[in-house]
Design a protein around this ligand. Structure first.
Ligand SMILES: Nc1nc2c(ncn2[C@@H]2O[C@H](COP(=O)(O)OP(=O)(O)O)[C@@H](O)[C@H]2O)c(=O)[nH]1
Ligand SMILES: [Mg+2]
Length: 405
């Protein structure tokens, strides 16, 4: 039994020798704060974008019950007192047929590479199938922590969850199995905590108010596309793209000023995208008038195509609903957007009988855009037939290019 040293000696050991020489430098303390990338991956419709919006507390990614809603990877920055989680929301994992879809899959693979933690989301209401095997194949060689998020627990039976967990456990190693409801926010706090625990110790890469790398302009285009997706069926949604041609804060509307609350103008011109149809200076203006923050030297370059390390969107303040008077007093913004479809009959579907469908799309999109811009909006939509745009690098570049400006 070791003898207990007298107290006085304890004190002596703690006292530094008065040699006058500096003490040897201590190792740099590891920051307690944690920062890193989390890739959200999974089959189309698993609820990846819904989860991201829920965690951020604001909509940055559109959602729909149609597959392949998300086409580009976007960053969603979530800053908490313990850590900064930089989510990468991705298109759903599927076998690509078009150039568009190949690009989509490249984003997913690159985001898996970049991530510190990978979250594989599954729709727990669905049976395990080929699509799930394909998703697992994509992370076969991943050695970093992978979480399995079993989503839609608000509408799934507990036995199904347990069966799914067993099934997945047998197929690969997962760091965590977390049942969640992205829709209701159930267990999202637990997820957040476990994610931060698995991020490397590091200082923040983004400011507290930064929320995404995508521009407001891109979000506006996406909102219009979301309203289209909600109103069309079958294969059409996959073949629709939206391009914001113009955003004008100073345009005089003359006699064509928007009249009643719900009036929208639309044109049915069957135009094609003119060659060299590039965004003008004014279109490139940052919509919110905010200077994007400086590009931070992260030391850890994010290497997902189309994803910028630069923050382009700030957190929106939560505000009470505006009164009618406040709405009326808002400044007017004129927005012109093109909706690309691949076939004339698709154009007919989107326009609808006597333009009824496009009018509804316009009204729904405008209401949401007005709240985002805190302006009155005059939204002009044009449906344009552009055969095989999904295989046209020009159109794809144009659409993706909106993300940063
Ligand atoms: N009931 C329920 N529906 C959900 C939940 N999460 C997402 N959804 C729905 O699932 C559909 C696909 O969601 P989305 O986020 O677009 O999926 P993504 O393709 O993985 O990004 C949408 O209709 C969502 O409203 C959830 O937790 N519960
Ligand atoms: Mg999505």
């Amino acid at each position: 039994m070791p003898s207990r040293k007298p107290k006085t000696q304890d004190k002596k050991v703690q006292t530094a020798p008065r040699t006058g020489r500096p003490r040897p430098a201590k190792a740099k303390p590891v920051p307690k704060y944690r920062t890193g990338y989390v890739a959200l991956i999974g089959r189309p419709n698993a609820g990846k974008s819904t989860l991201l919006n829920k965690i951020l507390g604001q909509k940055i990614a559109i959602t729909s019950d149609k597959p392949q809603t998300t086409r580009l990877s976007i960053l969603g920055i979530h800053t908490t007192p313990r850590g900064q989680i930089i989510f990468i929301d991705n298109p759903g994992l599927h076998k690509p047929l078009h150039k568009l879809n190949k690009r989509m899959m490249n984003f997913v693979y690159a985001s898996i590479e970049t991530a510190d933690v990978v979250c594989l989301l599954i729709d727990a209401t669905q049976k395990f199938g080929h699509g799930d095997e394909f998703a697992l194949e994509a992370i076969k060689n991943v050695r970093k922590p992978v979480f399995l998020l079993l989503n839609k627990t608000d509408i799934v039976r507990k036995e199904n969850l347990l069966l799914l967990i067993d099934r997945y456990r047998a197929l690969r190693e997962f760091k965590e199995f977390i049942p969640i409801s992205a829709f209701r926010g159930t267990n999202v706090d637990v997820l957040e905590k476990l994610l931060i625990d698995n991020l490397p110790p590091a200082e923040k890469l983004y400011g507290d108010d930064d929320v995404s790398d995508q521009s407001e302009r891109f979000l506006l285009a996406e909102i219009i596309r979301e309203k289209i997706l909600a109103r069309v069926e079958a294969e059409l949604p996959w073949a629709t793209a939206v391009y914001i041609d113009q955003i004008d804060r100073n345009r005089r509307m003359g006699n064509r000023a928007p009249g009643g609350e719900d009036e929208d103008v639309f044109s049915e011109e069957d135009t094609e995208l003119a060659a060299g149809d590039q965004p003008s200076e004014s279109q490139l203006d940052n919509l919110s008038g905010q200077e994007p923050g400086p590009i931070r030297d992260t030391g850890r370059e994010i290497a997902v195509p189309g994803v910028s390390a630069e923050p382009n969107m700030r957190r929106r303040e939560e505000k009470p609903k505006p009164t009618r008077e406040e709405r009326r007093a808002r400044p007017l913004v004129y927005i012109k957007a093109s909706i690309f479809v691949e076939r004339p009959n698709h154009r007919k579907i989107i326009v609808g009988r006597q333009g009824k469908n496009i009018k509804e799309i316009g009204i729904e999109a405008r209401r949401e855009i007005e709240d985002i811009l805190e302006s009155k909006v005059y939204l002009e939509l044009q449906v344009k037939v552009r055969p095989q745009w999904r295989d046209s690098a020009d159109v794809l570049d144009l659409i993706e290019g909106q993300k940063e400006t």
